[in-house]
Design a protein around this ligand. Structure first.
Ligand code: GLN
Length: 319
């Protein structure tokens, strides 16, 4: 076993869980009514080790939409299907130092990285035009959903239609990003911007649980092999690229501090989720909707910090 004393490990996780539960700081995302109405008390943590041992506590079976937690997943699919060379002709690897939806491109007039909105929208256009150009829109959705399900060991990914409709309705900034990128000829030639943004909103609106997302994190922790099904979902070089950018860019404009304090690759979303990867050990997913001013889950960030007080998981522990 990779975690020999799994019961002891889960006791520590449980203790941290209760410690964070009493933290009621932060505000739930309010840019669409469906997210604004979410109960701020929801708090769940799930762990899946790379040899398939699982532990969950709290609201781990309540569905929520992926939002930006989907960004490393779509990026991984693009790398797997297209190669690093092709993907990074279109998008950079640098933290933007700005908000996740800031109207800004890098020096090459490309999105800074695939973990912010501009980069994720671009990755959606790559999937649409270069990977599945022959597919119908419905098939493109199914294709992506199937990939996500394979990462999660076959567990279910649903779709929240009212969130999708609201996302699309309240998307001025994402449209602005799309037009700005089109002005600078960032997209592959055949891109249909409206379809590309719809695809992006659909992926943000895919619905899952903390329990299933911990398996996704574990697949990344395990170099691309799902610990539950033992299926080889991604090549190791794909996972290396995904974890590198999660490490430097995954926590919005808090990524540098997170890399310093926690030293692990992670990706947060406005849903209140944090996908946390402990390479070669385990995948962890925390879900609590109230967010700090950077847009990261308050309890989730606290959990990661407390975890690092107890375990030497930081990239530069053990030197
Ligand atoms: N749907 C959200 C948006 O595009 C996702 C952003 C996020 O989770 N940070 O604005």
């Amino acid at each position: 076993f990779v975690v020999p004393d799994f019961l002891g490990f889960t006791k520590d996780i449980e203790e941290i869980y209760w410690k964070c539960k009493s933290n009621t700081d932060g505000k739930v995302a309010s840019y669409i009514p469906q997210l604004a109405r979410v109960n701020p008390d929801y708090w769940g943590v799930s762990v899946c080790t790379i040899d398939g041992q699982r532990f969950s506590i709290g609201d781990v079976h309540v569905p929520f939409t992926l939002q930006s937690c989907s960004k490393p997943l779509t990026y991984a699919v693009a790398l797997e299907c297209l190669s690093q060379k092709v993907v990074h002709q279109y998008v950079g690897q640098e933290p933007s130092g700005r908000n996740f939806n800031e109207l800004v491109l890098d020096h090459n007039k490309q999105p800074h990285n695939p973990m912010i909105n501009a980069g994720a929208i671009l990755v959606c256009s790559l999937l649409q035009t270069l990977v599945h150009s022959e597919m119908t829109l419905a098939e493109k959705f199914d294709f992506t959903q199937n990939w996500f399900q394979r990462m999660a060991g076959g567990e279910n990914f649903g779709f929240n239609n009212s969130i999708f409709l609201s996302e699309r309705e309240a998307a001025d900034r994402n449209y602005a990003l799309g037009f700005y990128m089109r002005e600078h000829k960032v997209f592959p030639e055949k891109t249909n911007l409206r379809e590309c943004l719809d695809f992006y909103f659909q992926i943000c609106s895919m619905e899952t649980t903390a329990d299933s997302m911990s398996v996704v994190a574990a697949t990344l922790a395990n170099g691309g092999i799902c610990p539950i099904t033992e299926e080889k979902v991604f090549r190791p070089d794909v996972v290396r690229d995904v974890l590198s950018l999660m490490h430097s860019c995954g926590m919005y404009d808090y990524s540098g501090q997170f890399a310093f304090n926690v030293g692990l690759p992670a990706k947060s979303g406005v849903c209140g989720g944090i996908l946390l990867v402990v390479p070669n050990v385990a995948g962890i997913f925390t879900w609590s909707p109230p967010l700090d001013p950077c847009g990261n889950s308050v309890r989730g960030v606290q959990f990661c910090k407390e975890l690092l007080q107890v375990f030497n998981f930081h990239r530069y522990d053990n030197l």
